[in-house]
Design a protein around this ligand. Sequence first.
Ligand SMILES: Nc1nc2c(c(=O)[nH]1)N[C@H]1C(S)=C(S)[C@@H](COP(=O)(O)OP(=O)(O)OC[C@H]3O[C@@H](n4cnc5c(=O)[nH]c(N)nc54)[C@H](O)[C@@H]3O)O[C@H]1N2
Ligand SMILES: Nc1nc2c(c(=O)[nH]1)N[C@H]1C(S)=C(S)[C@@H](COP(=O)(O)OP(=O)(O)OC[C@H]3O[C@@H](n4cnc5c(=O)[nH]c(N)nc54)[C@H](O)[C@@H]3O)O[C@H]1N2
Ligand SMILES: [Mo]
Length: 776
Amino acid sequence: MTDRIAEPWGARTPYAAGQRWPDRVDTELSDGLGADEVDWTQSAAVLHSNGDGIDIAAHDGRIVGVRGRSVDRVNHGRVDPKDLFGWQANNSPDRLTVPLVRDRGRLVESDWDTAMNRIVSTTQALLRDIGPSAIGFYTSGQLLLEEYYTLAVIAHAGLGTNHIDGNTRLCTATAEWALKETFGCDGQPGSYTDVDHADVIALYGHNVAETQTVLWSRMLDRLAGADPPQLICVDPRETAVAKAATVHLAPVPGTNLALMNGLLHEVIANDWVDHDYVAAHTVGYDELAGCVAPYPPERVARICDVPAGQLRRAAEILGHAQRLLSTVLQGFYQSHQATAAAVQVNNLNLIRGMLGRPGAGILQMNGQPTAQNTRECGANGDLPAFRNWQNDEHVAELARLWNVDPAKIPHYSEHTHAMQMLRFAEQGSLRMLWVSATNPAVSLPELRRIRQILGQSRLFLVVQDIFRTETAELADVVLPAAAWGEKTGTFTNADRTVHLSDKAVDPPGQARPDLDIFCDYAQRMDFCDRDGAPLISWKDPESAFAAWQRCSAGRPCDYTGLSYEKLRGGSGIQWPCDAEHPDGTERLYADGAFFSKPDYCESYGKDLVTGAAIGPTEYRAANTDGKAVLRAAGYTPPHELPGAGELWLTTGRTVYQFHTRTKTGRAPQLNDAAPQVWVELSAADAQRCGIGDGDMAEIRSARGSVYARARVGGIRDGVAFLPFHYGYWDAADGAGHHRAANELTITDWDPVSKQPLFKTSVARIRKRAATDPSGW
Ligand SMILES: Nc1nc2c(c(=O)[nH]1)N[C@H]1C(S)=C(S)[C@@H](COP(=O)(O)OP(=O)(O)OC[C@H]3O[C@@H](n4cnc5c(=O)[nH]c(N)nc54)[C@H](O)[C@@H]3O)O[C@H]1N2
Ligand SMILES: Nc1nc2c(c(=O)[nH]1)N[C@H]1C(S)=C(S)[C@@H](COP(=O)(O)OP(=O)(O)OC[C@H]3O[C@@H](n4cnc5c(=O)[nH]c(N)nc54)[C@H](O)[C@@H]3O)O[C@H]1N2
Ligand SMILES: [Mo]
């Protein structure tokens, strides 16, 4: 048996281009139990966006292990190390089991009636005194489709507030916007099977080796087989992806757009362009060519601090690819000019005609397991099923579906994004915030400010979680939720594969599924349609799914051809899945037809530099026939730049931990593999700061300070890297240290997607004496 902590990707099963990826079934069972001594329940992975099909093992009413599903198209049986061990968190003795309410300053144990009545009476008082804009919802990329849709209907049509968003704002808002800008609509064009066919795979700010280990295993198996693909990696760190790459470009943070414009410049200057594809399927080519003309390799090399020869080499590989698969993630999305840079990846594939056939694809990746559902259900503030808030007919469709007055559904402006909701709470116009399945007191930028905002007494904070998190500590009401494995529902991964996750065990104590909690709130609030019938007419997962199917009918994310029955037993299925595509759809845009027709599209797009919304008239004039839009933008430097003695600070992930560690921190194997925060520095920077490998360092920015042990090497000069997983830490002697990366990060966001810039801030670093007796 492979030690999957030491070898996160497990054993190789090589295969050649065009072959089927071999199966390899990974299993983890505790207590020496045999596979036939436990009950197996079908599910999928929830500690990343890959959507690996897994079965949950249960014994005596507890989860005792997991096993990969070989029939699943996504993983062919493989399981990520976090999923192999992370389920132990479900059984943790410190799960939330009863509602808590704040009494004379302290959180005390309570009951569901008391907790829900406080929420309902606060809602009613705010509606009476201020109106729906006093109330906001901040949800997740980790709930289930049925839960998001219910919450979205409550917000959009029950309360009529425009303040609803998910932590997907921090995660994949840029994926969504890069797709809207180019294709007029969200939805990944590509498929994971493109890995089986590609001759070039380009990974932009995507450390797939640590963040989607099963997808990386697929790439490693291609690299180990005949006709391996060439890899391009764009990352300032020497990740495992960078080490395996044919060309590794390590740009200075905040310069991705300049780098992309440089690559496009070379492809165009050398005429590696598929002019037939461009003419038939795109608009905007001349503007793009004009915009990238001032980005020859020498100039880009200076901006990005990357050798010009390496840029040329990368462009040549991209320019000669026959089957180019491009993936993009947080190195682009959480950076300066995020959407503008991510859109250039779409442009590169489009001008090379690399879309909609095996191996030629784009994956504007998701991060969280259910982020796609947050977006498609409208729990990120958009109108459900990729409807366009600027299109009155789309609003009218929803009003008919929900049987409400169209005026009830806010569509006077774009919805309020999460960072703006926090601002409204800071200023005092937002007075109730309901947080579900996210831990903003660790995951939002500039934590000192976030603690002040969430801790105000004038803000009524509801936190719905499975653990008593840093955020729960600030709440007025804490609602205990059922976790994955304790409830039933569906979710959709980054390549549009829909999985069903069935309930394997009961939730602990009085914890309830998030769907039940939202339905209970709707009932207590008496949300009704025009005829006085309940607005939320469903009560269980399957009827919620049916309601969503009706909402999705005829839209790009059409679920009408799916059912719980169809999702049981075999593999997950990719949407759209309808009467015309009963087995789902492997690749979008295979026929060169897009969702971007003016009457059908989800969005008319925004100006890439300013974020100003494009209006229907302008869009219709530019893209009457619904082609893909090539949008261009010039590079501008970030507004916070390192001065003398300062470094770029970038943040991200390690393979063993998930986010704020509420789950992986409670799984011994994972916790022990990465128990404490560290900071990565180049050898030259370490020497300049007088810091040796293993020394304690203090990292300080204009926002705060953090202590971490130094790891020297593996990163380019001028940049320091901190993993963001670790919240406030109390030493054995009671001496607290800040160690959360977000003590340091800046309150700033991309103008188009509104995604915060976790990858580009500025910090100083110096050596500190280690004082902690536990030896941290
Ligand atoms: N183990 C693990 N896996 C996870 C998660 C987890 O917490 N732990 N979380 C899941 C979620 S929600 C997400 S969103 C994904 C995120 O998955 P990734 O985006 O792959 O992970 P990150 O570590 O955030 O960032 C990726 C890389 O961006 C690089 N980078 C930093 N600054 C820049 C820059 O300016 N330009 C470029 N080109 N690159 C830069 C970093 O060095 C880093 O290696 O992972 C998912 N999978
Ligand atoms: N500096 C820095 N900051 C970052 C990032 C970065 O790269 N750098 N990445 C950003 C990204 S991409 C992301 S996705 C965010 C993640 O940030 P968060 O969303 O804050 O991270 P999690 O720890 O996953 O929080 C999820 C919460 O939901 C709870 N939970 C789990 N399952 C359930 C459930 O079924 N029901 C309920 N009600 N609760 C549940 C968990 O216990 C946990 O408290 O962080 C962002 N912040
Ligand atoms: Mo994420």
